[in-house]
Design a protein. Structure first.
Lengths: 415, 415
């Protein structure tokens, strides 16, 4: 592959997740799934393959950083240079449910990324591909983490970015899109996909979000999520956790995490795989239903849920493949349980998306983990991006008696 | 000092920044400034002193972390265990003004902290002191970064937290306060200080924000900002930057950064100090006016400004001392320039507080730096905490011609 920059990446080809696992050159990125196997109903995504036999510099030790994993990641264009990841594990063992007490529970706080979510790990590589393909403008359909992350990474790389969003998008997300100099198009929810497909046909416009009925996304993107696995291993000084619990929408993240651990295993750095646990809102849950029905993808009803980060009605094949290969778990969490757990995490100093709270709630459904080691919960994004509930803030008087009475009456203080 | 935990901290005493530099035991923290020198008009803050002669494990190399600086930080209570800092330097040299072209310009992106601002570096140590003094409830007056950070760190440590805020506080900040389980009291702006002083008298209530007319704050807090200097040195592999440009309100941060570099200098790790540059909104700017008038602190009019993070009308003595000792600069930036620079940083993938944009704007006022090395701009907090401007998001149609026309008309695309 002839790239306009030096890279230590050992990525070789795009490979279909379908059977047969047809291979394609690394670029152009295949944005509509595997061309050979795609039908009208089902499109299989692609992943990157690497020349694993030539890996020589990879380490997973406490001092390891992304520089130590360059061989196992897609080529990174010099303009896609935003520092991403390196997020800490935060101990929340105090929140373990009674039947798991004594087990170390850690939150991987991915709200400490450049745009305050895990999506930066994906977009740094989709943007790298866009740069390699000499795109001038990227396009992304998202009113959440994905859109703002793509906007930031595009801005940094000097690319235009069109964000297909909705008129009812929160002020926070709208301000972020504009803040990164991207161009929002406000469209009714049902209009976004036709608009995406129409604009993607224009010359020079490069999509970094999905174009197909079954989610396939960009083949380079999920490779970025492997760094979550690598960083967890580094923070645990090379030891494998018992499990990683992952809020799951289209399922690119859980696939990337699975693949990262799998590579560490195949390269001999760990001697067992952690259990992967996908968590979806019970009102939706396409991955869960696909697994139950023995299918690759399904479409579910758009049931109402406050777990906005994972409120998808379709899934891609990636999470299904990851959970089958890992003998992982797929759990549904209802909004009430997610909100309760989200609140508990806040009381531990972590104010995240509600959908990340669902990972803690999911522990109630897991009897025991077969392996030792900590359980890692993915904390994906800051609570600051959630829509704020309008509410009146009632002023109180400043004299001590009024203050004391307010604290005792409203908050149960004993003063 | 008898602490209920092991520590490698070499902190010995609290020492007044007044003349004479009277010393006091490390605890209880003196929250109303130096008792010996305090008058009704002027209160001098205190800092911590250390047994520098016994320092042995401190390093400032690429792999250095907070564990390598424990000797130079206040004792950290085991319950104040939130991972803080470790934030990256992001290259924005492309934004250098013409007369500084060729100079490396880096943003220290402190929005990647647990509550997405630099304030976590301060609160991890104020909360540590509160725990050492067996406080049960902390109190903080803030409608911004400081309040939400204190709330999070208190929650993690198992302490109650009362936040004195205003009815007009943004939904984002209000939601964060509640999300961390803190107790907001909504007070008119002028009522906050009397309320703070009244509540601070109640037994078991421990203030972590200022109690005095001249800002003195908590003596342990600014020590946390030394880690900004340490991390910059580590990221530059031990080399001193040419300058650090710091958004300045009460001025605890610039003092901490100054002190951190000063320690590295006195311990022989660097052979010259970087120039410290304080940046304030031109509508306020108490530090600037204090320096101009040769005074320790001044009070200025509450002129209107969008630089909310640094919109203070009084200063503490710390920034004045730091800039005098460092022969640093104190610059005023007007809102228009701050907004323009803030927008440029967004186009570089960094969407921060407007007051952080002022650091980039300040470069226009600096002819040259006397030393080689990069210039570091402090990026303090995420733009997500700024109030959002209400705005109508006009829906557009999904057909290609309408989309194309919208992009060309509204955003100047050529399609």
């Amino acid at each position: 592959m002839n790239l306009p920059f030096e890279t230590r990446s050992l990525a070789t080809v795009q490979r279909s997740l379908a059977e047969p696992a047809t291979e394609y050159p690394l670029l152009p990125a295949l944005l509509r799934g595997c061309p050979e196997s795609a039908t009208e109903e089902m499109q299989y995504p692609l992943e990157l393959d690497y020349d694993y036999g030539r890996v020589k510099d990879v380490t997973f030790r406490r001092e390891s950083t992304w520089a130590d994993w360059e061989e196992l990641l897609p080529p990174r264009h010099p303009k896609a240079d935003m520092p991403v990841g390196g997020t800490p594990l935060v101990d929340v063992s105090a929140l373990a449910p009674a039947h798991l007490s004594g087990r170390r529970i850690l939150v991987k706080d991915d709200s400490r990324n450049p745009t305050w979510s895990h999506k930066d790990r994906l977009n740094v590589f989709t943007i790298s591909a866009a740069l390699c393909e000499e795109a001038k403008t990227i396009i992304v359909a998202s009113s959440g983490n994905h859109g703002v992350s793509a906007a930031a990474m595009a801005a940094r790389a000097g690319l235009n970015c069109i964000v297909l969003t909705m008129p009812e998008v929160s002020g926070a997300i709208r301000d972020m899109i504009l803040g990164y100099g991207a161009f929002p198009l406000f469209l009714a929810a049902d209009d976004r996909w036709p608009a995406m497909r129409a604009l993607a046909e224009l010359p020079g416009i490069y999509p970094v979000s999905n174009l197909t009925p079954a989610h396939t996304g960009h083949p380079w993107g999920p490779e970025g999520y492997k760094t979550i696995a690598y960083e967890i291993l580094a923070d645990l000084d090379g030891a494998s956790p018992a499990a990683v619990v992952v809020p799951t929408g289209y399922g690119e993240m859980i696939y990337g995490i699975y693949k990262g651990f799998r590579e560490a295993f195949l390269l001999g750095h760990i001697d067992r795989m952690p259990r992967l646990v996908a968590v979806e809102p019970s009102a939706r849950g396409p991955v869960h239903h696909a697994l139950q029905q023995g299918r690759s993808t399904v479409t579910v009803e758009a049931g109402p849920t406050v777990q906005l980060g994972t409120a998808t009605t379709v899934n891609g094949y990636r999470p299904v493949a990851a959970i089958r290969q890992n003998r992982g778990l797929s759990l549904l969490v209802d909004d009430e349980a997610a909100l309760r757990a989200h609140k508990k995490l806040g009381r531990c100093g972590l104010w995240l998306e509600i959908s990340s709270g669902a990972t803690l709630a999911a522990l109630d459904q897991i009897e025991e983990f077969e392996n030792d080691g900590p359980v890692v919960l993915m904390g994906c994004s800051t609570g600051l991006k959630e829509p704020s509930t309008p509410k009146e803030n009632r002023a109180t008087g400043a004299d001590l008696e009024t203050l004391r009475a307010t604290l005792m009456r409203d908050y149960g203080f004993e003063l």
